[in-house]
Design a protein around this ligand. Structure first.
Ligand code: AMP
Length: 173
C-alpha cells in the first residue's frame, strides 16, 4: 500500500470545526480495512524491534492508531487526555490555541523512570498539542523516542516548535 493511496483517502472538510479551517478527515482511512491496516503498519514497520515499551496517545484521534500499534508492538498504552477525564492523580500542561487555551493531562504513574516512549497523534498542525504532550511525558519520567503523526500540515511549521524531537509524518501537505 502506497502513501499516495492513503493520502488520496484523506477527506478535506472545509470550515470544520469553524470557518477558515480545512479539516483533514481520516475516517475514510479508518473504515477501510486495507487502508487502516496500512496506516498502522507504516508505524509498526518503523518501530519493530526497537524496544518501545510504551505508546502515549493523544486524545482523541491519536487513540485510534496508537492503540492498534501498541497491540502490534506488544507495548503498553498510555492515554494523554483533555482535562477532567483522567481519574487518578495527574500532571497538567496548558497551551495556547488559536482562540483561548487547552489543557492536557497524564497520570503521574504512567512511566518507569527513563522508559522509552513513542508519542502518537493523527495530525501535526502548529505543534502545540504535541509539545504539551511531550512535556507531560518527560515530567512523568518517560524518554521520548520519536513523535509520529499520520499527517503533517507543513505550512503551519509545527516542526519548529518540536525542534529537538525526532518526528515522522508520512502524509504531508
Ligand atoms: P496543533 O496543536 O495545532 O498541532 O493541532 C494538532 C491537533 O489538533 C491534533 O490532535 C489534530 O487532531 C487536531 N487538528 C488540528 N488541525 C487539524 C486539521 N486541519 N484537521 C484535523 N485535525 C486537526
Amino acid at each position: 500500500m502506497s502513501i499516495r493511496k492513503l493520502k488520496a483517502a484523506v477527506r478535506d472538510v472545509p470550515d470544520f470545526p469553524k470557518p477558515g479551517i480545512m479539516f483533514k478527515d481520516i475516517t475514510p482511512i479508518l473504515k477501510d480495512p486495507k487502508l487502516f491496516r496500512a496506516a498502522v503498519d507504516l508505524f509498526a514497520k518503523r518501530h519493530r524491534d526497537k524496544g518501545i515499551r510504551k505508546i502515549a496517545v493523544i486524545d482523541a484521534r491519536g487513540f485510534l492508531f496508537g492503540s492498534a500499534l501498541a497491540y502490534k508492538l506488544k507495548a503498553g498504552l498510555v492515554p494523554i487526555r483533555k482535562k477532567g477525564k483522567l481519574p487518578y492523580q495527574s500532571f497538567e500542561e496548558s497551551y495556547d490555541l488559536e482562540y483561548g487555551s487547552a489543557t492536557l493531562t497524564l497520570h503521574v504513574d504512567a512511566f518507569e523512570p527513563g522508559e522509552p516512549v513513542l508519542l502518537i497523534d493523527d495530525l501535526l498542525a502548529t505543534g502545540g498539542t504535541a509539545l504539551a504532550s511531550a512535556k507531560l511525558i518527560e515530567r512523568a519520567g518517560g524518554k521520548i523516542v520519536e513523535i509520529d503523526f499520520l499527517i503533517e500540515l507543513g505550512f503551519l511549521n509545527g516542526r519548529a516548535k518540536l525542534a529537538g524531537y525526532d518526528l515522522f509524518a508520512p502524509i504531508k501537505y
